[in-house]
Design a binder for this molecule. Structure first.
Ligand SMILES: [Zn+2]
Length: 172
């Protein structure tokens, strides 16, 4: 590697004077906490301890050792010592959603309601509810795992929607 490419690289290196997009919420910016080897996000308030030598930051306010490496442009998740969501977890999640749905569908298929009866729509709704409720559980678990600031997102989105709405009204 030449000196020139080294210089242009060092401009993109992770350092405490720059601000970076937050790897968790991907909305806020993380900047250095003064007098500390850490960054903090101005949107989701997560704190990250930094290792400039390795160009790695780690979420400091979580039990999970979630890490990201700065590649000069963006963050890349670092697989490491932390608990990772491996394919086994994803498979378990899919089974968690599909198995109860399959059981309920099977029972609806085996014991179909009498055609024309008042509650003939019930099995279909029941299957749908089973699927959606289990899916919601799974999504909630994933949100909790990654500590996504869902409610902040929601607040920002509704805020944006409202200002746009007011803008349109004042224009018309
Ligand atoms: Zn953030």
């Amino acid at each position: 590697m030449g000196v020139k490419s080294n210089q242009s690289q060092s401009a993109n290196l992770l350092n405490y004077t720059n601000v970076y997009r937050c790897p968790v919420c991907r909305h806020g910016e993380i900047s250095n906490l003064s007098l500390m080897d850490a960054f903090a996000c101005n949107f989701c308030n997560h704190i990250f301890s930094a290792d400039l030598e390795q160009q790695v930051i780690q979420m400091a306010d979580s039990q999970l050792a979630l890490k990201w490496r700065w590649n000069g442009r963006s963050w890349q998740g670092v697989r490491g010592d932390g608990v990772e969501l491996t394919w086994g977890y994803w498979l378990a999640g899919i089974v968690f959603v599909l198995l109860p749905t399959a059981i309920v569908s099977l029972s609806a298929y085996l014991f179909p309601p009498l055609p024309g009866s008042r509650l003939s729509w019930l099995p279909v709704i029941w299957v749908l509810l089973t699927f959606l409720s289990h899916l919601c559980c799974l999504i909630w678990l994933i949100i909790e795992y990654y500590q996504f600031p869902v409610f902040r997102y929601f607040r920002v989105l509704t805020g944006r929607f409202l200002t746009r709405f007011q803008f349109q009204r004042s224009n018309s």
